[in-house]
Design a protein around this ligand. Structure first.
Ligand SMILES: *Cc1c(COP(=O)(O)O)cnc(C)c1O
Length: 377
């Protein structure tokens, strides 16, 4: 059986978790949370990085900080995970869907302005597969219409746009450390911002709306409820596991890139023969090897491909059911135009196994089975 994903554990994972216990500080913001904060601020080059319990939580903090009112609108792709939309729905806002680009499968910057109304408050670019959205164009549109840019960088650890870390280009950025992401804590996430005012409020929102962090730093003499908020801190046990993974982050990334590149080269011929299409990464974007996908020409071929791999015990899942066609998407969101590219990608994309300890032998097996299938097309 070749799984689609396999979580990473290092020699230090258990050791650091045991040490978190030994510190007798297993709630949030202990030794390991602080180490993770320092690591991420350095890595991303950002003003504030706050560890949270999920990518979903990071998006919820961003949505609270956006100060939305009932009926305000937030532009985002429909081709994304439901948390991107849910975070804003919880604040009474209406996600408004815009179609994606056929090349990167990211929010189509040329279709954003047509969806802007007097109620639009923010744009949420999702960096699909860790490949950057066209951020210069998106930021120019946001500046022109006075909108916030909130990056869903859940898949974008160690990914760049024109040399800058994704997640730090907009007003706020949201990362995920779910076990399916490149860097994992089982469940975990990170909220980042370069805006000092948003950072000050984010710290409060993350701590149940209290100024507890300021109290611990001795900046106020008692702590109290000062703003909206919820409980978004992970336990230091989670941070200890995460820190063990961050220690080998460069190895993980090197390995994932190698695996990605082998897939990419192996399917060059199949692309020339127009049997599939491989990922496209524009020159201004980097590749963090979060995902390797293939796009087939139609749904029946993809369905046949997935069952073919399954017969050989290889897991190759498709991806998002577009949010605009999901029951909750229809209820809570607005879809101003047709989404032909989103619909097509949703029916034709398939993801191949890609994880840190996928062996060369296992990868060869996956490639051989894929080739066998494609030869018959
Ligand atoms: C994984 C993911 C999320 C959610 O992250 P969790 O840590 O699972 O809450 C949100 N958006 C996108 C695009 C994701 O891939």
């Amino acid at each position: 059986m070749i799984k689609f994903n396999n979580p990473v554990f290092t020699e230090h994972s258990e050791k650091y978790v045991a040490d978190a216990f030994a510190q007798k500080h297993v709630s949030g913001d202990g030794k390991y949370t602080k180490l993770c904060h320092e690591y991420m601020k350095n890595k991303l080059g950002c003003h504030e990085a706050l560890l949270v319990h999920s990518g979903t939580a990071a998006l919820e903090i961003a949505a609270i900080l956006a100060d939305l009112h009932e009926g305000d609108e937030v532009i985002m792709p429909s081709y994304t995970f439901c948390s991107t939309a849910n975070a804003f729905v919880l604040q009474g806002a209406v996600p408004v869907f815009v179609d994606i680009r056929a090349d990167t499968l990211n929010l189509d910057e040329n279709k954003i302005e047509a969806a802007i109304t007097s109620k639009t408050k923010a744009i949420v670019p999702v960096h699909y597969a860790g490949v950057a959205c066209e951020m210069d164009a998106i930021k120019a549109i946001a500046a022109k219409h006075n909108l916030l840019v909130i990056e869903d960088a859940a898949q974008a650890y160690d990914a760049f746009y024109k040399g800058k870390s994704l997640g730090t280009l907009g007003d706020m950025g949201c990362f995920s450390f779910h076990e399916t992401k490149n860097i994992m804590a089982g469940e975990g996430g990170l909220f980042v911002t370069n805006n000092a005012k948003l950072a000050e409020r984010a710290e409060i929102v993350r701590e149940k709306g209290t100024n507890r962090s300021k109290f611990f730093r001795g900046q106020v003499d008692k702590y109290t409820w000062v703003d909206k908020g919820s409980s978004y801190l992970p336990s230091d046990i989670v941070a200890a596991y995460l820190y063990s993974i961050l220690e080998i982050a460069d190895n993980i990334q090197a390995k994932r890139r190698k695996i990605w590149q082998r897939y990419y080269e192996a399917f060059a011929g199949a692309e020339t023969a127009e049997k599939i299409r491989r990922p496209i990464i524009p020159a201004e974007c980097s590749n963090n090897a979060h995902m390797f996908y293939l796009l087939f020409n139609n749904l029946p071929t993809r369905t046949a491909f997935i069952s073919y791999l399954k017969k050989y015990d290889v897991a190759a899942p498709f991806h998002y059911i577009p949010l605009h066609s999901a029951p909750a998407g229809k209820k809570f969101c607005r879809t101003p135009y047709e989404m032909p590219i989103t619909d097509r990608v949703s029916e034709t994309l398939v993801r191949l196994p890609l994880y840190y300890d996928l062996s060369e032998q296992e990868q060869n097996r996956v490639i051989d089975i894929c080739m066998e299938f494609m030869e018959k097309l």
